[in-house]
Design a protein around this ligand. Structure first.
Ligand code: 3PG
Ligand code: MG
Length: 375
């Protein structure tokens, strides 16, 4: 993969694709600017090397032009963080001749998500070289992430480079033992990741509602727990693998609510009228001990309903073990990143990926179109 080391950018206009798809509240205020901050090293390096920047980014999944999905709040936040003016251009014609320009949401343009060659050419006409730093969108073959890379001298930015090197590193040459902690609601979302780690890791620790298809396949009662029916078949396929570890105790609630009745179960049969909402204290202790003894840990997906206080302990135990272990710790984006942030531990892991879907696809061994185009 080509990197910024391979590009001459002095005095040039550089088109930079970033992933500034940040969460916003109802007033469109940004609630977490981690993705914007993560791109700063690339943007600062390019500016320091004498480049002028034209930025491309998406926000949400608008159908055509929609002011709710405007990048204006993002351009303002970037300007504060970068300490430079960031001009916002509503379209691809008459782009202001400024040092740093952001083009409006690329998903406002017809053809972006269809990887239209015509749109890619219009992007390419804006600059001399192309840099892709949008790791979180690298699994999309869109005009701004893939098509345009073929039309200009192109390379990976520092964030995309670090993401790919770190994630490939834990697959190819991890410090052992390699422990994967995989949680979340659905087995079918994570089966590719389970398969990848069952081949490479020394232990795979499973948590979250995705345990229930496993328990169902083993003949346990799941009560009214969230239990993905299509997950039972893939779960039973990998269940016999000795590396795969499941919870041995649970915390259950009457319903999915913070003020529901709570019960600790010292086994994994969930009684009728109850739902399993967290791993139990014994399981949390066992998982934390394996994280502490690991050389490398990859974590994706919460252990329970951590957004509800009575069911946060399992996810918190994993997050704290990740923060205090000597191991190399890598966290896939999405809910596990949100959990780390909730517990104030986001800066205590070795690498917190800015990609959700992209990091999972890379782990599964899929080629990311945005990366392939830079290779
Ligand atoms: C993300 O937030 O997962 C990335 O920015 C990709 O967004 P998308 O799933 O809408 O393509
Ligand atoms: Mg997504």
């Amino acid at each position: 993969m080509r990197t910024l080391d391979d590009l001459d950018v002095e005095g040039k206009r550089v088109l930079v694709r970033v992933d500034f798809n940040v969460p916003q509240d109802e007033d469109l205020s940004i609630t977490d600017d981690a993705r914007i901050r993560a791109a700063l090293p690339t943007l600062r390096e390019l500016r320091g090397r004498g480049a002028r920047l034209v930025l491309l980014a998406h926000l949400g999944r608008p159908k055509g032009v929609d002011p709710k999905f405007s990048l204006r709040p993002v351009a303002e936040r970037l300007s504060e963080l970068l300490g430079e003016d960031v001009a916002l251009s509503p379209d691809l014609d008459d782009v202001p001749d400024a040092d740093v320009v952001m083009i409006e949401n690329v998903r406002f343009f017809e053809g972006e998500t269809k990887n239209s060659p015509e749109l890619a050419s219009r992007y390419a006409a804006l600059a001399d070289v192309y840099v892709n730093d949008a790791f979180g969108a690298a699994h999309r073959a869109h005009a701004s992430t893939e098509g345009v890379a073929h039309l200009l001298p192109s390379a990976a930015g520092r964030l995309l480079q670090r993401e790919v090197e770190t994630l490939n590193g834990i697959l190819e040459d991890p410090k052992r033992p390699l422990v994967a902690v995989v949680g979340g609601a659905k087995v079918t979302d994570k089966i590719g990741v389970l398969d990848a780690f069952l081949q490479r890791a020394d232990a795979v620790l499973v948590g979250g509602a995705m345990c229930f298809p496993f328990f169902k396949a083993q003949g346990h009662s799941v009560g009214s727990s969230l239990c993905e029916e299509e997950g039972v078949e893939p779960a039973s396929r990998v269940m016999e693998d000795a590396k795969l570890e499941l919870p041995t105790d649970l915390v259950a609630g009457r319903e999915f609510s913070a003020d529901t009745e709570v019960r600790e179960l010292d086994e994994v049969d969930v009684p009728d009228g109850w739902m399993g909402l967290d791993i139990g204290a014994g399981t949390a202790e066992r998982y934390a001990a394996e994280i502490a003894a690991a050389g490398t840990v990859f974590w994706n997906g919460p252990m329970g309903a951590f957004e509800l206080a009575p069911f946060a302990a399992g996810t918190k135990a994993v997050a704290e073990a990740m923060a205090s272990t000597e191991a190399v710790t890598v966290v896939g984006g999405g809910d596990s990143a949100a959990a780390l942030a909730q517990f104030g531990l986001a800066d205590r892991v070795t690498h917190l990926s800015t990609g959700g879907g992209a990091s999972l696809e890379l782990i599964e061994g899929k080629e990311l179109p945005g990366v392939r185009a830079l290779t």
